[in-house]
Write a protein that binds this ligand. Structure first.
Ligand code: TIU
Length: 718
């Protein structure tokens, strides 16, 4: 049996065999906290008998080890309230304590017990027992209730990882274990409880609870024994390497992580990578505004290797080289936004950057961009004009130009960019990489020099969808310091649109008249992409394109572009115009000359709200909606010479299919979709080489998980 080929496992279970797809399955370990397992905790007050729950620790550890070795996503939960008890309903404090003749519930949640305040976050008793401590990269969900889904981000985080199947363990069977399974069932997950890895304070209840879960041919879930699951998982467990591998040049996060687990040193990678970076730098300009020195990066790689000696417990971005657009703050390095008069050296880094470093990432440098993050060409920077990773005469795209080239030519694994009007998607297209712009407000945009503050969005430039998705998972999360952050808990759909059960989906495209703007080769390539999407289960449905079109025009033909000046001090333009890129001056002067009024701005805001409502109907919040809309990422690919000759018009042309996304609060991912001969675009038979084509998938607010799932299928089919 070829080990690498196994993608689903089947085990004996009740009421019948449980089949689960490995890539879409998580282990969920419920509340293995001191408060429930040790004397003096909350659990002893509830039930008294700690013996059965303590006996479940060892089998749960075996299960955890087996799931880790098999590479499953691991989720832990902890029950507990915020220290100020603002999330604790009074019923929890009163009902049991008020029971006539109560002697047992003398202490309630929040009261001080021997392990600290009962079920209170931050207390000793609230944390997980030592035997079941989470490893780096595993998710810990703090839940205020018995169920794992009430007022937590677990649904979002499971979907973000493409999870559809959950193996469930933990305490107590009758309480949080069962409640969580029931909640998961309502949301579409296929759960399987593991009998030996769960226990409660009442042994009879445990078996009654398990019986109820699978009663009536599986009312809520499956239930299985531990041993068959361990046997099945052992067939896919990763083996321990015997030799220390050399770096094979693979910069994908998955590839590098695998090599690191097998013993490759990040120092070897840093040294090898700098040879590539230096060689590229000798021939080509404009990728970096600040490149870290080789010595600095090698030292950081050494420090990482020393910090994480256990290769089985590496953080998810251990030794992964990345670049950061130079409008994003990294403490101690200047942030220029490609505009020297704006340059300053921050003392605090952007939260997104901090998260990447905390997960083991290795900064290579600050990447070039179109000045002010304004532009889609990559031609508007005093730090040089980088070119497409595919061809030296063709533009890199912008404004995340250096970010996209650095990933496209293999100088790092991924890059942090931004995307207000398409600045992450367009350059991804022109360099043959993925450019993902999550729903605005999911990743903190604090520490970014704004382009249009209310429309700015972080972007992730990566080699493939899985890498982009991982970086998103590791960096998203509500930031109270970001005024445009989305609340961490949003409306969520069930999970039918993700995972292997999602064999069919619906998609829309712009109507033919909207696609006319594309050059013939872009039309041809787009038609092929439509066919590809149909061949992987997509049904093409006609959609109302008007709100997309109108919202796109709002961005630059309306008043919103004035927001670019709102971020600068009054009089700044006049004082600094001689230091700015000539195209920036031209652009800003045009904005000022419009003399936009407050009345016009309000009309535009109202139109934005209307179009946003209208596109909600297009997407699958309703059964009639589509899962994604697919567009060509841009209508064509200009040469650097073409853009330099007519910089403003050529620029706005490129945003035809990207401008609307942030105005309408959508998520979007630019995905490579093949290459074509340069001569097909230029019409010159003598032109050699190929250029990349790509499409962008767009979906509704917070439908990122569904979006990425379809993009991944499309990519896998290439
Ligand atoms: N009371 C009880 O049995 N359990 C809880 O309160 N929480 C969990 O089950 N985790």
């Amino acid at each position: 049996m070829g080990k690498g080929k196994i993608d689903t496992l089947t085990i004996d279970a009740k009421p019948y065999a449980y089949t689960f797809p490995l890539k879409h399955t998580a282990l969920l370990v419920i509340d293995m906290q001191r408060d429930f397992l040790l004397p003096g905790g909350f659990g002893q007050i509830q039930g008294g008998n700690l013996e059965p729950v303590q006996e479940s620790i060892a089998p749960t550890r075996k299960l955890l080890d087996a799931c880790r070795s098999a590479g499953l996503a691991i989720f832990h939960t902890r029950e507990g309230q915020k220290p100020d008890m603002s999330d604790c309903p009074s019923s929890k404090l009163v009902r049991q304590a008020a029971s006539p003749g109560n002697k047992q519930h003398k202490l309630v949640i929040g009261d001080k017990g021997p392990l600290g305040r009962l079920l209170t976050r931050g207390e000793y008793g609230h944390d997980l027992v030592d035997e079941l401590k989470p490893l780096p990269g595993e998710v810990v969900i703090d839940k205020p209730g018995k169920g794992s889904f009430w007022n937590t981000t677990i649904m979002h985080k499971l979907k973000a990882r493409g999870i559809t199947h959950i193996i469930v363990a933990g305490v107590t069977t009758e309480c949080c274990f069962a409640t969580s399974i029931r909640e998961a069932n309502d949301r579409g997950f296929e759960c399987c409880g593991i009998s030996e890895a769960t226990a409660g304070y009442n042994v009879e209840f445990k078996y009654q609870t398990l019986d109820v879960l699978y009663w009536s041919q599986g009312l809520f879930s499956f239930v299985a024994s531990l041993q068959p699951l361990l046997d099945a998982l052992s067939t896919v467990a990763s083996s321990t390497p015997e030799t220390t591998p050399e770096w094979d040049g693979d910069l994908s996060i998955a590839g590098l992580s695998k090599a690191y687990k097998a013993g490759l040193s990040p120092v070897t990678v840093a040294e090898g990578l700098y040879k590539i970076i230096e060689a590229y730098g000798q021939e080509h300009e404009g990728v970096w505004i600040h490149l870290e020195s080789k010595d600095v990066v090698v030292e950081k790689a050494k420090a990482l290797a020393a910090k994480y000696p256990d290769k089985s417990a590496l953080p998810p971005l251990y030794g992964i080289p990345f670049s950061v657009k130079d409008s994003v703050d990294v403490a101690g390095l200047p942030t220029t936004t490609a505009c020297p008069p704006l340059a300053f050296t921050p003392t605090v880094s952007a939260p997104m950057y901090e998260k990447l470093i905390a997960e083991g990432g290795l900064l290579i440098g600050k990447a070039n961009l179109d000045q002010f993050a304004t532009g889609l060409t990559g031609c508007r920077s005093p730090y040089g004009q980088p070119h497409s990773a595919f061809h030296k005469e063709y533009i890199s795209g912008g404004s995340s130009s250096g970010s996209s080239v650095s990933v496209g030519v293999g100088l790092c694994s991924f890059s942090v960019g931004t995307d207000t009007a398409g600045s992450g998607r367009v350059p991804a297209l022109f360099n043959g990489v993925v450019g993902y712009k999550p729903t605005r407000g999911l990743i903190s945009a604090v520490g970014v020099t704004p382009a249009c503050l209310s429309l700015d969005c972080m972007a992730i430039i990566a080699k493939n969808i899985d890498d982009a998705r991982l970086v998103w998972q590791l960096t998203e999360g509500y930031d109270e310091n970001d005024r445009y952050a989305k609340p961490s808990i949003g409306f969520e759909r069930h999970i039918n649109a993700i995972g292997p059960q999602a064999k069919a989906f619906k998609f829309g495209i712009p109507p033919p008249e909207a696609l006319e703007i594309c050059t013939p080769v872009y039309r041809r390539m787009f038609d092929e992409a439509v066919q590809r999407l149909q061949s992987i289960g997509g049904t093409l449905v006609s959609i109302d394109w008007a709100p997309f079109d109108k919202a796109g025009k709002l961005l630059y033909d309306g008043t919103f572009v004035s927001e670019r000046l709102a971020g600068l001090p009054d009089g700044w333009l006049e004082q600094n115009r001689q230091h700015l890129h000539p195209v920036t001056v031209q652009l800003f002067d045009a904005v000022v000359a419009r003399n936009s009024t407050a009345i016009q701005a309000y009309r535009d805001l109202q139109a934005k709200a209307l179009y946003t409502r209208q596109v909600e109907k297009v997407f699958a919040y309703a059964a009639s909606g589509v899962d994604v809309v697919m567009v060509p990422t841009a209508p064509t690919h200009w040469t650097i010479e073409q853009v330099n000759a007519d910089p403003i018009k050529k620029n706005s042309f490129l945003g035809e299919f990207t401008h609307f996304a942030n105005v309408l609060d959508l998520c979007a991912v630019a995905t490579p979709a093949g290459t074509y001969p340069v001569k097909e675009l230029s019409g010159n038979e003598k032109d050699d080489g190929t250029l990349p084509f790509g499409v962008t998938f767009v979906s509704g607010s917070r439908m990122d998980a569904e979006l990425l799932e379809i993009a991944r299928k499309f990519e896998g089919f290439a």
